[in-house]
Design a protein around this ligand. Structure first.
Ligand code: GDP
Length: 418
């Protein structure tokens, strides 16, 4: 009888060379298939003054009329006086991959006479999304976590050709530790190539001067040439100078393209010589969507969470310190500090345990899949062998066998078949 594989969990490991294709090389695809089946959640936020082409660009990026055309406000209509937070979700599917896309819009940003605190409702929205995620993470049943965290923020800069405006700097400084910032020069078709180049340089200098962190395509050790070139190409275009349009226009040489048509010619959205739309799409959707999600989870959210826990501890402390006696106060302080540490440790342990459990469950599942596959293949091989055996016997004896009365049946009775 062929060698039985050890039961899952048995730890003796023997290195074996495989005699044929077993199929677990397909494991990454299986994991992939599972996430594909479950679908992905991605939330992008768009920020910038009204009229900069935010809705047009989102529709262009996802090639879906997510945003209906805007109705202009009548001249005497009362304008809202605060920044609103609105979100639109859509389930989109491409080659069997499902994506729950949410676009968070921030109408009113930068539109008022006094824009001093325009960033505030936006920060609040981002933090309340972190809050809701934290709350779900602390639940016992964590199987249905909805991730509403903002994974990327497209910040639209007015194509002034000058430098960043105070509102841009203020916004980015307040937001860069909470969200992946992707700065964009809106309506780049209103600037000449030279103006775009100069404007970009100035924006990058301002960003560096104010120590603002914008999202960078990540590079890994041992990455291949191609991937490195791709990262470099994308990075060299930041801040992306984009043109949005979902309209199909005709080029002078007779092609039909998405673009904007002018008396002097046609600007093509998807032409890399005309604008950086293609590179932006690559960064946001085609190559780095998962990186954006990961960075949000592993760095931005994690930092926020740690800070939140710390500040909760501090807030508890301050309400208790009304003591005048310094020795007693110090003693109390120490007790509180220790309690705080213990609480943090317990919390960390809990999260760690949860993570380990999740990993274990995942591993167990893939192990089971592997064994099932192994069993299947073994059975198929065994069946083949028996068939061949029977054929051989038949040939040797020169007469056909009937399944229940012939020699085959006695072999079966001897336990040859399982
Ligand atoms: P939003 O208020 O930021 O969402 O801006 P909209 O997407 O509603 O666009 C406002 C106006 O700008 C519309 O008339 C658009 O056709 C136009 N627009 C959008 N994108 C571009 C662009 O890239 N270049 C130019 N020149 N106009 C644009």
């Amino acid at each position: 009888l062929p060698h039985q594989p050890p039961a899952p969990g048995i730890s003796s490991v023997i290195r074996k060379k495989l005699m044929g294709y077993v199929g677990f090389a397909n494991l990454p695809n299986q994991v992939h298939r599972k996430s594909v089946r479950k679908g992905f959640q991605f939330t992008a936020m768009v920020v910038g003054e009204s009229g900069l082409g935010k809705s047009t660009l989102v529709n262009t990026l996802f090639d879906t009329p997510l945003y209906p055309p805007k109705e202009p406000l009548p001249p005497h209509a009362e304008r809202p006086s605060t920044v609103a937070i609105e979100s639109i979700s859509a389930d989109i599917e491409e080659n069997g991959v499902r994506l729950r896309l949410t676009v968070v819009d921030t109408p009113g940003f930068g539109d008022f006479v006094n824009n001093e605190e325009s960033w505030k409702p936006i920060v609040e929205s981002i933090e309340s999304r972190f809050d809701s995620y934290l709350e779900q993470e602390n639940r016992v049943n964590r199987s249905k976590i909805v991730d509403n965290r903002v994974h990327a923020c497209l910040y639209f800069l007015q194509p002034t050709g000058h430098a960043l405006k105070p509102i841009d700097i203020e916004f980015m400084r307040r937001l860069h530790t909470k969200v992946n910032l992707i700065p964009i020069i809106a309506k780049a078709d209103t600037l000449t190539d030279e103006e775009v180049t100069d404007f970009k340089a100035r924006i990058l200098a301002d960003i560096a001067y104010h120590n603002i962190h914008i999202f960078q395509a990540p590079t890994y050790e041992n990455e291949d040439e191609e991937a490195i070139t791709e990262v470099e190409e994308i990075t060299s275009k930041i801040p992306f100078a984009v043109v949005g349009s979902t309209n199909i226009v005709h080029t002078p040489d007779g092609r039909e393209v998405r673009g904007r048509s002018y008396p002097w010619g046609v600007i093509e959205v998807d032409n890399e010589d005309h604008c950086d739309f293609v590179k932006l799409r690559q960064m946001l959707i085609r190559t780095y969507m998962e990186e954006l999600r990961e960075y949000t989870n592993d760095v931005l959210y994690e930092n926020w969470r740690t800070e939140k826990l710390l500040s909760m501890g501090v807030a508890q402390d301050s309400s208790v310190f009304k003591e005048i006696n310094p020795a007693q106060r110090m003693q109390e302080e120490r007790v509180l500090h220790e309690a705080k540490l213990a609480k943090m440790e317990a919390e960390m342990k809990m999260v760690f345990q949860q993570k380990v459990q999740e990993k274990e469950a995942k591993l167990k599942q893939s192990e089971e899949e592997l064994y099932a596959r192994h069993r299947e293949m073994k059975e198929a091989l065994e069946k083949q062998r028996i068939d061949l055996d029977e054929k051989k016997r038949k040939l040797e004896s020169g007469r056909p066998l009937t399944p229940e009365t012939g020699k085959g049946a006695s072999r079966k009775a001897r336990g040859f078949l399982r």
